[in-house]
Design a protein around this ligand. Structure first.
Ligand SMILES: Nc1nc2c(ncn2[C@@H]2O[C@H](COP(=O)(O)OP(=O)(O)OP(=O)(O)O)[C@@H](O)[C@H]2O)c(=O)[nH]1
Ligand SMILES: [Mg+2]
Length: 337
């Protein structure tokens, strides 16, 4: 595992495409399709011999069975790491079916494991969504942390309907920001033990990423994490805990950080907040913030295009703080006081 404590695991074509864009990490690629495994830097695990190496044709059950046959290879690819982050698109047969097996194998070799699954988009149909949800429940049984990323993020332009490729790019870039930040946290001093403990406390969770220049202040990055990403701040209400990860230059103003943590604590008086600060030197470095809503009930899912309702002009006001309203949250007529 190249001596790296964190291993990124791409499962299926989309998961592999995303993980292959995070250089500097230990990477494992799992697929039933032999073509997507060609020319990758990292460890490949081919699980598709039974279907002739041509994928599953969107059949998670087949992928689940084939991954079970390759458990030894999956164990071998993961062993040596301390934590794994598994990435895939739940609308794909391979990602939906094999990710649960990968998560189970990770636990068997003693690794903390988080799974990031992209939800199918609304137009892919109810049966695809239902199959994805079924396998997400299976993944949840094995993974320490499960982040289901909605098919829409607020990074899309609000005034125009995005094209399909813009929508995919927004989702992928949002996830890449999160994965880069995790990697940088570990590369710059976050204890792997703390990272493991964080993942192990997540359960079903949501995550938001925001960034701002040092001179703009950490609060701006925090607000962006709450309004422009995969985080529905309604989940704060039901989360059993919140985590704040801050990656910033050492010149970060301590009072500004205190103000952010006070704001978060004010938002969730009944949930515990744990904060991790990682200082990264660099004159032009950004302040980056990850906000994680931990241990939320499964029924509080991040909104998807399917759940989008009539647009409304309501503003989101939380404990007197206007966080601006993400498009999808506004459309879901969310109002929190
Ligand atoms: N982010 C992103 N998602 C995509 C893209 N194309 C398709 N998707 C989504 O990904 C799902 C398909 O995932 P894949 O990774 O191709 O499937 P797979 O895991 O390889 O599974 P198989 O069905 O066995 O090929 C679709 O249901 C879409 O929701 C893309 O370019 N980017
Ligand atoms: Mg495929």
């Amino acid at each position: 595992m190249e001596g790296k404590p964190l291993v990124l695991v791409g499962v299926g074509k989309v998961g592999i495409g995303i993980v292959s864009r995070i250089p500097g990490s230990a990477r494992v690629y799992v697929d039933t399709d032999s073509r997507t495994l060609m020319g990758l830097e990292g460890t490949t695990v081919f699980i598709g011999a039974e279907t002739g190496g041509t994928g599953t044709g969107k059949a998670p059950r087949k992928a689940y069975g084939m991954a079970q046959q390759e458990r030894d290879a999956i164990h071998a690819a993961l062993s040596g790491a301390e934590a794994a982050i598994v990435v895939g698109a739940a609308g794909g047969g391979t990602a939906a079916g094999a990710s649960a097996v990968v998560a189970e194998c990770a636990k068997e070799v003693g690794i903390a494991v988080a799974v990031f699954m992209l939800e199918p988009l609304g137009f892919e149909g109810q049966s695809r969504l239902a199959a994805a949800k079924q396998y997400l429940r299976l993944i949840e049984q094995h993974a320490d942390a499960l982040f289901v990323l909605p098919g829409k993020t607020c990074k899309e332009p609000i005034e125009t309907e995005p094209t399909l490729s813009q929508r995919f790019a927004a989702i992928e870039n949002g996830l890449l920001d999160i994965l880069h930040t995790f990697r940088d946290c570990l590369d710059h001093g976050l204890d792997i033990g703390d990272f493991r403990a964080l993942l192990e406390s997540c359960g079903r969770a949501q995550i938001g990423f925001g960034s701002a220049k040092l001179e703009q202040g950490i609060e701006l990055a925090f607000e962006a994490a709450c309004r422009r990403s995969f985080l529905d701040i309604e989940s704060f209400r039901v989360a059993q805990g919140l985590s704040l990860l801050v990656v910033a230059p050492p010149e970060l103003n301590a009072d500004d950080l205190l103000r952010v943590t006070r704001r978060l604590e004010g938002l969730v008086p009944n949930a515990s907040l744990d904060t991790h600060l990682v200082a990264v030197p660099g004159a032009d470095a950004l302040c980056r913030v990850l906000v994680i809503s931990r241990a939320i009930p499964a029924e509080v899912e991040a909104p998807t295009p399917d759940s989008v309702e009539q647009p409304s002009d309501e503003e989101l006001v939380l404990n007197g703080v206007n966080l601006e309203v993400p498009t999808y949250v506004r459309r879901a007529r969310l109002r929190m006081l």
